[in-house]
Design a protein around this ligand. Structure first.
Ligand code: HEC
Length: 106
């Protein structure tokens, strides 16, 4: 029983290490955006949870500033805590790739 737990923990650590090292690979904005689309819509056309601004049509710099602001706690409205959770684990490269992807959505 104990060994099973240890093994499970060990594989979690390995998976974590692999995920954590994803910054070694080029960040893929389209892949990263998948977890955002449930709230913001497939082409960023929705008001997330009926609360956010519609981010479709924003240029990359504007998205990047907002995402970095959420991460730093310097940007946002009543639900900024939620967005902070969304961006907390993203690297600068991830944020850049995501911003460029969002700006390219039509
Ligand atoms: C659980 C739903 C949810 C998910 C998932 C989500 N967001 Fe948001 N997002 C929101 C809400 C709600 C707001 C408005 C927060 C506030 O009050 O500032 C927001 C705001 C934003 C804004 C700024 C728009 C504004 O209103 O100023 C950007 C840019 C953004 N999100 C991008 C993303 C990206 C990129 C992801 C994926 C990494 C993501 N969001 C994932 C709900 C979500």
């Amino acid at each position: 029983m104990k060994t099973t737990v240890t093994k499970t923990l060990r594989s979690l650590v390995i998976v974590g290490a692999i995920l954590g090292s994803s910054s070694l690979l080029a960040s893929d904005g389209a892949v990263l955006y998948k977890k955002c689309s449930s709230c913001h819509g497939a082409v960023a056309e929705k008001q997330a949870l009926g609360k956010s601004k519609v981010i479709a049509g924003w240029d990359a710099t504007k998205v990047e500033d907002a995402l970095k602001g959420y991460k730093a706690g310097t940007y946002g409205g009543a639900m900024k805590g939620l967005m902070k959770g969304q961006v907390a684990s993203l690297s600068d490269d991830d944020i850049k790739a995501l911003s460029e992807h969002i700006a390219s959505l039509k």
